[in-house]
Design a binder for this molecule. Structure first.
Ligand SMILES: *[C@@H]1O[C@H](CO)[C@@H](O)[C@H](O)[C@H]1NC(C)=O
Ligand SMILES: *[C@@H]1O[C@H](CO)[C@@H](O)[C@H](O)[C@H]1NC(C)=O
Ligand SMILES: *[C@@H]1O[C@H](CO)[C@@H](O)[C@H](O)[C@H]1NC(C)=O
Ligand SMILES: *[C@@H]1O[C@H](CO)[C@@H](O)[C@H](O)[C@H]1NC(C)=O
Length: 439
């Protein structure tokens, strides 16, 4: 109680959570009839697969349907032949992979994104939208990507804040306030703009857009079961009162709504939504536009240099060990010797608010770092052991990179990129590799 008095906003947050819990109960009552209607609809329209999040079990289930025929519930998508069929379908589809954010520890994350997403979907086109800073030289790693449709590395500028944005958004829990949110939204929506320009130039529309972050470390491949027509798919957990916005996959139409983070704000304003953080604004975007969403556990974490209290408090942020078995569904992580495993994880995670920074830890998938200080000395060894030879080699290559090599690699990358909009390679490389200290 004293806690509540000291922190009224958290109390309000709890109230809204109770209310949404009530809604969940209503939802459970109306869910069966809806599922039946969906079944009747699909069995009269066509074939395919719909995945539903089953609230009664931790595992995902799928409903498979064929035109007017068999109804198979609950069929596991893990069914290998179904997975293979879906993969073959995706290999014939047009996929855009949107990579946004600052390069930070890209020497750790970049090679994993190449290996676990871009190489898994070899016909996908990469779009990179990233701010120019002293780490941007690390983006030269992307020169090994086969298909690069667009690269935009821009000088960050202040984004004027409109009255509508000031009403709809809150600066709470955003390290750089509302301006920080707008910068992030601009990164995401800018990637959509790049994709749309490219589509116009080439007279086609992508079937799918995969939206991911430059600072994501992927431990396993992005599976074909995550591409679900008519739905936007996000990871569970880390939902901060809304929806986890650290990754998303959707078909073109749902992605347009999910990625229009700046241009949708006036509509949230009209709908009377106020004081939203990134995650609750994201959720409101989908719900006000009636885009159905799903959650599925996904094998990546967001590598962070930031320091966090340990053990995390009710609204604290757990930092996963990069070596955790996963899937980590976009939880924050760093390479560390775990400080908390087994029953310690259970105690720590049960203390967290489920609608906030909590993440799924079932099946020993999670081990925690003590993230109160900087990364431990020798973290490189920890990383190399977890990530394997190939990724370790990429890390070392960036570590020892020379200016002329960097400039050469940017030239190679530019040469194979359809639309290039960035300062010169010399400028990008000098910013990180001359005078200023590395890392
Ligand atoms: C736990 O792991 C087992 C074996 O790997 C798997 O069959 C099961 O579905 C997992 N359970 C959850 C809740 O993820
Ligand atoms: C674009 O593609 C459509 C069909 O795919 C075609 O009918 C149209 O002529 C094309 N337009 C241009 C400008 O190439
Ligand atoms: C996507 O939206 C366009 C226009 O809004 C519509 O014509 C089209 O049928 C939609 N496609 C799908 C697959 O829903
Ligand atoms: C640019 O690409 C072409 C082939 O696409 C290649 O022949 C040429 O050597 C490349 N130039 C540079 C500087 O990498």
């Amino acid at each position: 109680m004293t806690n509540i008095l000291r922190n009224p906003s958290k109390f309000l947050h709890r109230c809204s959570k109770w209310i949404s819990d009530l809604n969940l109960k209503k939802l459970l009552l109306i869910l069966p009839p809806i599922l039946f209607i969906v079944y009747v609809f699909y069995s009269s329209v066509g074939g395919g697969t719909v995945a539903v999040f089953n609230p009664f079990s931790n595992s995902k289930s799928t409903i498979s349907y064929v035109p007017g025929g068999e109804y198979d519930f609950p069929a596991r998508f893990a069914d290998e032949s179904e997975k293979k069929r879906k993969k073959e379908e995706l290999d014939r589809s047009r996929i855009a992979v949107c990579l946004v954010g600052g390069a930070r520890r890209f020497e750790l994350t970049g090679p994993s994104i190449i290996q676990k997403i871009l190489k898994v979907y070899p016909n996908s086109d990469l779009f990179l939208h990233s701010p120019l800073d002293s780490k941007a030289y690390k983006l030269s790693l992307l020169k090994s990507v086969r298909r690069i449709a667009g690269v935009r590395i821009f000088r960050p500028q202040n984004i004027p804040e409109t009255e509508s944005q000031l009403r709809v958004l809150t600066a709470q829990n955003s390290p750089n306030g509302i301006q920080g949110l707008l910068q992030y939204f601009n990164l995401v929506e800018g990637c959509l703009t790049m994709i749309q320009d490219y589509q116009k130039q080439n007279n086609f529309t992508y079937d799918w857009i995969v939206r991911t972050r430059v600072d994501g470390y992927w431990s396993s491949p992005l599976g074909p079961e995550n591409f679900i027509p008519g739905h936007y798919l996000v990871p569970p957990g880390s939902s901060y009162g809304g929806l986890n916005d650290r990754f998303g996959v959707g078909d073109y139409n749902t992605s347009v709504i999910a990625l229009s983070r700046l241009s949708m704000i006036p509509q949230l304003d009209l709908a009377g939504r106020i004081q939203l953080n990134s995650e609750s604004a994201f959720k409101a975007q989908l719900t006000t536009q009636q885009v159905p969403y799903l959650t599925m556990r996904l094998p990546f974490c967001v590598v962070t240099d930031r320091q966090y209290e340990f053990p995390p408090s009710h609204y604290g942020v757990p930092v996963a060990a990069l070596s955790s078995r996963g899937p980590l569904s976009g939880a924050k992580c760093r390479p560390c010797t775990p400080a908390c495993t087994g029953s310690c994880v259970e105690v720590a995670m049960n203390r967290l608010d489920k609608g906030w920074s909590w993440t799924d830890w079932a099946n020993n998938s999670l081990e925690l770092c003590d993230a109160r200080a900087e990364w431990e000395s020798g973290w490189e060894r920890v990383f190399d052991r977890v990530a394997g030879k190939k990724l370790a080699a990429a890390r070392r290559r960036i570590d020892g990179m020379k200016l002329d090599q960097c400039v050469r690699e940017f030239a190679e990358m530019k040469n194979k990129t359809s639309h290039w909009e960035a300062p010169s390679g010399t400028e990008i490389c000098s910013l990180g590799l001359l005078d200023s200290p590395k890392r």
